[in-house]
Write a protein that binds this ligand. Sequence first.
Ligand code: SAM
Length: 224
Amino acid sequence: MSKLVLVPTPIGNLGDITLRAIEVLKQAEMVYCEDTRVTGKLLMHLGISKPLKPLHQNNEHLILEKTLSDISQRSLSVYCSDAGTPAISDPGFMLVRACIEKEIDVECLPGAAAFLPALVLSGLPCERFVFEGFLPQKKGRMTRLQELKEEPRTIIFYESPHRITKMLLQLVEVFGGDRKASLSRELSKKFEETFRGTLTVIAEVSAARELKGEMVVIVSGKER
Ligand code: SAM
């Protein structure tokens, strides 16, 4: 019986790898990964030596069929993205979908993902939420925000540090400056911090502090 296991990896703090992740990585016959250097470094830290093969958005179309055939000839293959849970704003989705179509057993271990701690830390309602991930970089960006303007559930965005202030100003423009929000940066790392307030306040903090590092923005849904 062949199986593909998606293994989440730490989003900062190496201590966030799980015992099950280590066990599965030890047992894997092949580890597919977004970047062999990143996953190689993690495996070295864990004292695990495994063959690694790159599988990412630039080659997944080309090597998918061969990868599926190889996976079905082994008992245990693993997929890791660079950080967090594969397929969450990361490669992995195509591989999962193709394995399901080929009736290859797929498992995803629970583990690190940036949006969950950011959502909980926001202090905004988290019974119901929508994960938007990254907004389109150019075309369609403002249209996507307009579509979300009336969304009543808490909204989660990923953003890179060099676009964060611009993004927050766009959120102010579409949702209004009084909408409650939070920004969590460097989760699980030494300089982790979360800012809470209105979108206007958070945009001002971002501009004044020139925030660096990885960030998640949480925006309150529209109050009914
Ligand atoms: N697969 C990852 C996950 O499960 O969350 C997401 C990968 S995506 C390429 C990278 C984005 O996730 C960053 O731009 C940032 O928005 C968010 N992120 C990743 N690590 C983070 C951290 N330590 N603190 C805050 N945000 C983080």
